[in-house]
Design a protein around this ligand. Structure first.
Ligand code: CAA
Length: 262
């Protein structure tokens, strides 16, 4: 299969190997557009169905895991088009169907949808260069892929509110202290460490690996889906606001936005 927005490779020499998926829209800091999310979903499901694969590692570039949803393609949406087209809903959560472990290996920016995508993985290994954030408030919107729901579960209410309301980024060390990431490694060792973790998991019994994933998710998720559903409606609804258009136009014009709080 040939992809344009992602790269895929298979690593390891044991009976169960590791699939490495690399987000690859470097000019846009791996901003997550429909094509990328479609390709990512297809690759994830194909590797999940492949008996020779034990784990999947998802990564980006040195500069960015992903800088969020693609702002230029979101800008023109209205509430009706966002809602009717299933913006985010239609292709962002394929990753949650994957039954094998998915490890996020994050270097550089993991912002907005990029942070949310990393949080949809089973655990996050961060390079010391990683920066996590939910800057949607600067665009006059709210997160739409679980940021207001998963971030508080990962780092607690206070840190989550701070990040979501002020749009400040969290470095790798703070993210590890807060519980968002499982370990921090030197940037030049990121892929090696993630592949080594995957290799360890690949050595364990496939069904117990998959069951542990299912059981941890059972403990973790609870009413999460209700929260994400409500979040999604407000995400769609904000495409009816002045400040969404202003925030996104200002970003693309590289000027400060003038919000009117409506
Ligand atoms: N969508 C599309 N393009 C993006 C992008 C995004 N989310 N983020 C960055 N880019 C593009 C920039 O427009 C720029 O393109 P040009 O060179 O053509 O101008 C290129 O990537 C490099 O970006 P910068 O020049 O801005 O690089 P920088 O180092 O000065 O800043 C940054 C890096 C802090 C990540 C900055 O680009 C930034 O703030 N990006 C936006 C982050 C953001 O708001 N993410 C949330 C998006 S909304 C969302 O994700 C909703 C959701 O919950 C699903």
């Amino acid at each position: 299969m040939t992809y344009e927005c992602i790269l895929t490779a298979v690593h390891g020499d044991g009976p169960r190997k590791t699939a490495l998926i690399t987000l690859n829209r470097p000019k846009a800091l791996n901003a997550l557009n429909d094509q990328l999310m479609d390709e990512l979903g297809e690759a994830l499901l194909a590797f999940d169905a492949d008996d020779g694969i034990g784990c999947i590692v998802l990564t980006g570039s040195e500069r960015a895991f992903a800088a969020g949803a693609d702002i230029p393609t979101m800008l023109p949406h209205t509430f009706a088009t966002a809602f009717k087209s299933g913006l985010i809903s239609k292709n962002w959560e394929t990753i949650l169907q994957v039954r094998k472990p998915v490890i996020a290996a994050v270097a550089g920016f993991a912002l907005g949808g990029g942070c949310e995508l990393a949080m949809m993985c089973d655990f996050i290994i961060a390079a010391d260069s990683a920066k996590f954030g939910q800057p949607e408030i600067k665009l006059g919107i709210v997160p739409g892929a679980g940021g207001t729901q998963r971030l508080p579960r990962a780092v607690g209410k206070s840190k989550a509110m701070d990040m979501l309301l002020t749009a400040r980024m969290m470095g790798a060390e703070e993210a590890e202290r807060g519980g968002l990431v499982s370990r921090v490694v030197p940037a030049d060792k990121l892929i090696e460490e993630a592949l080594a973790a995957a290799e360890t998991i690949n050595g364990f019994s496939g069904p117990s690996v998959m069951l542990i994933k299912e059981l941890v998710n059972l403990a973790y998720q609870g009413p999460l889906t209700d929260g994400v559903a409500v979040e999604r409606r407000y995400f769609h609804a904000l495409f009816g606001s002045h400040d969404q258009r202003e925030g996104m136009e200002a970003f693309l014009a590289k000027r400060a936005p003038t919000f009117q709080h409506r």
